[in-house]
Design a protein around this ligand. Structure first.
Ligand SMILES: [Zn+2]
Length: 272
């Protein structure tokens, strides 16, 4: 029999992804069996946002978050002819229509995300300005509906922090943070959370974040299918317990205490 209340939490899963096609429900079931209380499934753009809401409606332990991924946020502005990244340029869609849709469903989701700023894949100043415009709009939607934000930030960590402070955002999680430790400490001191993926088992940067930041500001995520503990293997929410064990080792505390602290932090940020 499944436990009535799970122990573990995943604040950032991409179960709507080609790597999980046709296995979304089985993956959700494995998460439950692995002892996850909650998995937040994050959308990126119109298609995945709607699929996230549908999937979460079928599973009590899945919670939807809808947003606009920064690379998608600037889809109307990027120079498609100059796109030379190892993945296709984002599908074109009406960003303002999607912002209106997110505003309309915001009361029925647990968080606004994935959203943020990405200056790693996007370097054009006009496209970066568009990312900021969209993120500011999402901050205002989140505040209006009293929801936290789940943030992606890559090569734009300081700017993202500054923008959140400027918008008066109080509730946010920085997912897969890869910036400087000093800035991470400022982010945590501002009351924001940082979520650690299971790759912490073999990634020293995440072990360092885990041991150096206040326990009260840490969370767990998977970012699945990415950031798994086994190199080259598909990640999934059922791997969270392994990440927690590695985090406990990094802090030198019992794994049960680590899991309990993370569960309490989840409750504090997402109110469930
Ligand atoms: Zn993500």
């Amino acid at each position: 029999m499944l436990p009535a209340v799970g122990t573990y939490v995943d604040v950032h899963a991409h179960l709507i992804h080609p790597d999980f096609a046709g296995e979304e429900d089985a993956t959700a079931a494995r998460a439950r069996e692995a002892g996850l209380a909650w998995v937040i499934v994050n959308g990126l753009e119109p298609r995945s946002n709607r699929a996230v809401v549908e999937l979460c409606a079928r599973h009590d332990h899945l919670l939807p978050a809808v947003g606009i991924y920064p690379v998608d946020a600037c889809n109307a502005v990027i120079d498609r002819d100059a796109w030379d990244h190892p993945f296709p340029a984002p599908t074109a869609f009406d960003v303002d229509a999607e912002l209106a849709w997110i505003d309309g469903v915001a009361d029925d989701v647990v968080a606004i995300g994935e959203c943020g700023l990405d200056a790693y894949w996007v370097k054009d100043p006009a496209a970066l300005a568009e990312q900021e415009r969209v993120l500011r709009r999402l901050c205002r939607i989140a505040k209006a509906h009293d929801k936290p934000l789940i943030l992606h930030t890559r090569k734009a960590e300081a700017r993202t922090f500054e923008l959140l402070q400027d918008e008066g955002v109080e509730r946010a999680d920085f997912h897969c943070y890869g910036g400087k430790l000093k800035l991470a400490k400022r982010i945590a001191a501002a009351g924001y959370y940082l979520s650690i993926p299971p790759v912490v088992e073999r990634a020293e940067s995440f072990q360092r974040l885990t041991s150096e930041l206040p326990l009260s500001q840490l969370l767990t995520e998977t970012d699945c299918p990415y950031m798994g503990p086994d190199k080259g293997e598909r990640n999934e929410p059922a791997n969270v317990p392994r990440g927690v064990t590695a985090m406990a080792a990094a802090r030198g505390i019992p794994a049960d205490d680590m899991a309990a602290a993370l569960r309490a932090n989840f409750q504090a940020l997402f109110r469930c």
